[in-house]
Structure formats: C-alpha cells, structure tokens
Ligand binder design. Structure first.
Ligand code: ATP
Ligand code: MG
Ligand code: FE
Length: 347
C-alpha cells in the first residue's frame, strides 16, 4: 500500500511516504533551534511550529515521492506517546487529509514506529523477529521485546526518571555546553579519557537488579556529574570538560548496552535493534558493535535519518498493519500523550 505518515510527537514535523517497505520520501522540519535558548523542548513552541511546517512539509514529501495525494491508500499519524499539543496538530491534520481524500486513517504508536524504521533499510537485509529493541531519545529510554511488530511488543523496562538524551542535555548544561547536549558531549568526549572519573551506573547494584533488571535511571548520574564539577570549582581547579564528558558518556553507554545485551541473553533472542536520536552517539555505536559481536548478538542500527523522529517510520508501520489485515482507526481516535508501547492497534 501507498501510505503517507505524519509525525508530530515532539519537535520534528516528519512527513514520510512509503510504498509497502519501499521508502519514497522522508521530509523533516525541526523546531530544535527555537528551543535552544530554553535548553529543552517547549511544548507550546513545538505545537505552533508543527502548525506552520505541516503543509509545506507535506507538499515537499509528495513532490519528492512523485505521487499525487489521490494515489494514497491510507494516511498514518502518530497518535502517541508524545507532547499532547504537538500530537494534536498532527492528528488533526491527518484526519482532515483522510476525510478530504476519502482514505482510511491509521493511528500509529510512536515507539513501535521507531522499531518499524528498520523495515525501510532494504539493502542491509530485513529485521527478523523476535528481536530486542533499545529505544533511546530525548523523551524515551525503553527496552522492548518485539515478537511481532504489528501484534506483540512487550515492555521489558524503561527509565524510572530521566531519558538518556535528557541526561545528555542536562549534563551539557552543567558543563556550559549548548543545547542539544548530545552532539556537544560527543564532540568534547572525543579528546577526553573515559576512565578519568568513575561515575555511577544507575540500577546495576545486585539489589536494584532484582526489581529493575531492565530499567534505567540517569538522574543520579546527572547529579553525580554536577557534584563533581561543583567540587572542582569550589577547590578553584579547572574543570576538565573533555574528561567529564567522556566519563559521563561511558557511564550512559555502559548501562544501556549492558542491560540490552542482558535482555538478549535472558530471553534467548540473539538480535538487538537500536533506535532514537541518541543512536547518533559515536561511543554508543562503537560499544554496541563490539559487545554484541562478543555476545554473538546480531546488531541492527537503521541510518540516522530513520533513527530520529520521522514520518516514514509511521507510514511503514501502518503499511505493515494494512498488510496484516488490521482495520483502520476511528476518525474519533484521540491523541494520547502516554500511550503504552503495548498498544499497537489503536482503534
Ligand atoms: P522522542 O523522545 O519523542 O523520540 P526527541 O525529539 O526528544 O523525541 P530525538 O529527536 O530522537 O528525541 O533525539 C534528540 C535527543 O538525542 C536529544 O536529547 C539529544 O541530546 C540526543 N542526541 C543527539 N545526538 C546525540 C549524540 N551524538 N549523543 C548523545 N545524545 C544525542
Ligand atoms: Mg527531536
Ligand atoms: Fe521518537
């Protein structure tokens, strides 16, 4: 099926068009720059930016795909989870488009969409199920067991406080680096020593593992970095930004990959898929590749443009659901900012 996908859950207005698993276009307009001076995504600003970006981004995606809107078989949209106001803009637009064209509407779970992104990487082979999936972004840190992409996704664990990307952003601020912090920390860490400071690995102590085997916690790490920097400053000593960045990054990456591979081992599933904006992190990719190989786990990382929020992953998941015979969603389907990852077939 030919599907147009609309993604507005956070600060990216994403419009993607797919034909089955074939990617025809994937246009993204980001309001990231507008949030920079606030040090994080401002929901109201994001919603307004979606409103302005939607129509031109749809036009660009349609032109690039070389299709006519009338050719579409369905319209797909992220229904949640995400920022309520931002989601509502996309959902409203999708309903208007579906009604105007007389096409069915598919409401798609954003998190499952991140897993579905892998379907679009045709030349690097195809995802096999079951697979463990680690989603790491500014808003999410989730470990999933995907038995069937359109039918059976289990939440193994998630962050109990900050998301991994959020931790990068907050620590960057502590170090006086601009927003978004992920790329800045990556850059600073390149010349730093990852073993310079031993920062805490959240929820890895034996007693924590009993209750939180696959959960993550990054707020203690952020506080530890802040305390370390404060102490240095109080002692009148210079802060080695590159060493702090490298040591912090190492702690985050270590926990993420250790827990993801533990999930592979425990479930007997020798496959790991990564998704979300934090996958841009160079050290994360390096450590994931090395440790997955050691553990005999097949590692899959979609190209970055498909890891960050985009419309194509929403479109392709809807296309899979159409193929699986799922009914379209109701035109009364409402944005759900806290939609659980297990809700794949939104009625
Ligand atoms: P959502 O959580 O809804 O998927 P988001 O907009 O918060 O959306 P993304 O756009 O997928 O998330 O990713 C942005 C996050 O990724 C930011 O927190 C940013 O700091 C982080 N990030 C980007 N590049 C890197 C990097 N090289 N290393 C670590 N983190 C990074
Ligand atoms: Mg984003
Ligand atoms: Fe996302």
């Amino acid at each position: 099926p030919l599907v147009l996908g609309i993604e507005t859950s956070c600060d990216e207005t994403g419009i993607g068009i797919v034909h089955g698993r074939r990617l025809l276009s994937n246009r993204i307009a980001s309001s990231m720059d507008e949030h920079a001076r606030y040090g994080g995504v401002v929901p109201e600003v994001a919603a307004r930016a979606h409103l302005e970006a939607l129509v031109p981004t749809i036009d660009a995606a349609v032109a690039e795909a070389g299709i006519e809107l009338e050719d579409l078989d369905a319209v797909a949209v992220t229904i949640g989870p995400g920022l309520a106001g931002a989601l509502m803009v996309g959902v409203g637009a999708a309903k208007a488009l579906a009604v105007g064209l007389g096409k069915p509407l598919y409401a798609v779970n954003h998190l499952v969409g991140h897993v579905g992104a892998d379907l679009l990487t045709v030349d690097s082979g195809r995802i096999e199920y079951p697979t463990v999936a680690l989603l790491v972004s500014g808003g999410h840190t989730s470990l999933l067991l995907v038995r069937d992409l359109v039918d059976d996704v289990e939440l193994l664990g998630e962050t109990i406080d900050d998301a991994a990307g959020e931790a990068f952003d907050k620590v960057a601020r502590v170090l006086g680096l601009p927003y978004p912090g992920g790329p800045e920390i990556d850059r600073a860490a390149a010349t730093g020593d990852p073993t310079a400071i031993r920062f805490p690995r959240g929820l890895t102590a034996p007693k924590d593992l009993e209750r939180h085997r696959y959960d993550f916690s990054f707020s203690g790490l952020k506080t530890a970095v802040a305390r370390w920097v404060e102490k240095r400053e109080a002692d009148g000593e210079p802060v080695p930004v590159d060493d702090v960045a490298a040591s912090f990054r190492e702690a985050v990456v270590d926990v993420l990959i250790t827990k993801a591979l533990a999930a592979c081992r425990d479930t007997g599933v020798p496959r790991l898929l990564l998704g979300g904006g934090v996958v841009a992190n160079r050290r994360l990719r390096e450590v994931a590749a090395a440790r997955a190989a050691e553990a005999g786990v097949e590692l899959r990382i979609p190209p970055l443009g498909l890891c960050t929020d985009n419309g194509a992953m929403i479109a392709v998941l809807a296309a899979e659901r159409i193929r699986a015979g799922h009914a379209p969603s109701s035109l009364l389907a409402a944005a759900d900012s806290t939609l659980p990852v297990t809700d794949i077939q939104v009625p």
